[in-house]
Design a protein around this ligand. Structure first.
Ligand code: GAP
Length: 509
């Protein structure tokens, strides 16, 4: 995988992601999506929406407001419990998330495991069995046990709110401040992550509001509205995508952890007692969605939570192998009836469902799937970016994005800027643009134009040459194999549809 710094600079150089308000030196952990980034982000969002809403007759989509009545956040538990445990280093005056310090420590042990695995794979060659090696090699088993013990203790201490033990763990592991190198730590304290703002014209009448820290609550408060107006029968789901805001203390790793980000969430309402089976089903369904993009089965793993959020009776992350190791990409949470019951209590309104099969009223249980769109962007972008050495020894930078997500699907390139080739190229653009995101490029030698499209992640290039004028064929170049084939202009639309239509990508998921 490409070096992380290179990923960030490529995202900027090729118009994917810019630091926010860069002319004022940017704003920490806030980013803008540029022309290609916005298109990639939209394609990921659409891919999710199609899989979740369009392909499920029992899931509908909504678009709730970012501002919500402030009592929402009291009911949801965010006012009291949406905290991060923070610790300050007295020498550098830097503030850290205590749990992240411990997790980073474990990630370093994981790197050691990976090194052992790599060495062994080299030694044993074809006959290497990774699963057997990692479960029997004493050094690897020892490392893994150490990680398990540390994370278990961290999970238990956080769950019990035993912040003194979290500090003790940091001290026992001799974790030093990455900035100052010192182990001179303050106590661990809780810090609420919600951004506050005000609604109203005068200071006296202004109402304190929060920017939503998750999109989910917009779904819960609309549960009955949607159920009634959509005549939905349980089990059913409500999905939405939208911005969420968190005052993250450890905001780093580019768009991995941002202060303003976008979520794609779905709450699935089920009868009480069936939540476990739906939780397993959604874990499996969501993993299949990820795998449908072809980014390698080995790059995903489940991580079951030791420390459960205040609303959950089970929770797991789908982790992805980012350039800095396996990290959470998506959460699947069994949220019980916590949210709806709590909104009933705080609003005084019933949020119940009459189940004709059970012949009873109940507050439904909820299984949620929640993925960060920006994080999915980073997973896709970082996986896709490669430096390749070609047969002739030259280098190329290529962004091997899953073709269905690529911002531009086809670039049409006249071989030269004369002899009527640009006219025919424009004709092709005009006929394909109804179905695909197409671009036109006539500047520079064609080889350089191919390289530029490779770096932008464009899966296909169509080159119009003099033969095209005679026999109405063009060359079609594949980004990944770099192979070119001659194809009739009349066949382009069907060819591209077969490669790029979402239905072929999603049909097995
Ligand atoms: N409604 C449940 C919920 O919000 P979460 O695990 O806090 O659960 C869900 O967040 C997903 O949102 C995460 O898996 C991650 O992909 C994304 N996410 C959370 N905080 C983020 C941040 N600060 N920046 C970018 N993405 C974030």
């Amino acid at each position: 995988m490409t070096d992380f710094k290179k990923i960030i600079s490529h995202a900027k150089e090729y118009g994917f992601v810019f630091p926010s308000s860069e002319i004022y030196d940017g704003l920490s952990a806030v980013y803008d999506y540029a022309q290609n980034g916005a298109a990639l982000k939209k394609n990921i969002r659409d891919y999710w929406w199609k899989a979740m809403v369009q392909l499920h007759s029992n899931i509908v989509g909504i678009d709730a407001a970012i501002f919500m009545h402030p009592t929402t956040w009291k009911a949801s538990g965010h006012v009291d419990a949406f905290n991060d445990p923070l610790i300050d280093n007295k020498d550098s005056k830097k503030r850290y998330r205590a749990d992240v310090l411990v997790e980073d420590y474990c990630a370093k042990i994981e790197v050691k495991i990976e090194k052992e695995v790599k060495k062994a794979a080299k030694r044993f060659g074809e006959s290497f069995d990774k699963a057997q090696f990692t479960s029997t090699n004493p050094r690897v088993v020892g490392y893994q046990e150490k990680i398990d013990v540390i994370l278990k203790r961290l999970g238990q201490s956080l769950e019990k709110e035993d912040l003194a033990d979290v500090k003790a763990l940091i001290e026992e592991l001799e974790i030093a401040c990455p900035e100052s190198g010192s182990r001179n730590w303050t106590d661990v304290k809780q810090f609420n992550l919600m951004f506050g703002t005000k609604l109203g014209a005068s200071a006296e009448s202004a109402m304190d509001l929060y920017l939503r820290p998750e999109t989910a609550q917009g779904i819960f408060v609309n549960f009955l509205n949607v159920q009634k107006t959509g005549r939905m029968k349980i089990p059913f789901g409500i999905a939405q995508t939208g911005k969420a805001f968190r005052n993250e203390i450890v905001a780093r790793q580019f768009i991995f952890r941002m202060r303003e980000f976008e979520q794609m969430e779905m709450q699935f309402f089920v009868p009480p007692g069936t939540q476990k089976e739906w939780y397993e089903k959604w874990k499996e369904t969501r993993l299949k969605w990820h795998l449908s993009l072809g980014m390698g089965e080995d790059n995903y793993r489940f991580h079951d939570h030791e420390k459960l959020a205040h609303y959950a009776d089970a929770a797991a992350d789908i982790e992805f192998k980012f350039p800095f190791g396996f990290k959470e990409l998506e959460g699947i949470h069994s949220r019980t009836d916590f949210d709806l019951s709590s909104h009933e209590e705080f609003s005084g309104k019933k949020l119940q469902y009459f189940d004709p099969e059970r012949n009873e009223n109940y507050v439904p249980y909820v299984v949620e799937t929640s993925i960060g769109l920006d994080r999915m962007f980073l997973a896709t972008f970082s996986w896709a970016l490669r430096e390749e050495t070609l047969e002739d020894g030259s280098q190329r930078t290529v962004l091997k994005l899953p073709a269905v997500l690529a911002p531009t699907k086809v670039a049409v390139l006249p071989l030269v800027k004369k002899d009527g080739l640009p006219d025919l190229a424009h004709e092709i653009v005009n006929s394909l643009k109804w179905e695909q995101a197409v671009s036109y490029d006539e500047k520079d030698a064609v080889g350089r134009r191919y390289r530029r499209q490779d770096a932008l992640g464009t899966p296909y290039c169509i080159t119009v040459d003099h033969q095209s004028l005679e026999d109405k064929t063009v060359t079609l170049r594949d980004r990944d194999s770099m192979e070119q084939e001659r194809i009739a202009i009349a066949d382009l639309s069907a060819y591209l549809d077969a490669k790029l239509n979402v239905k072929y990508w999603l049909k097995n998921s």
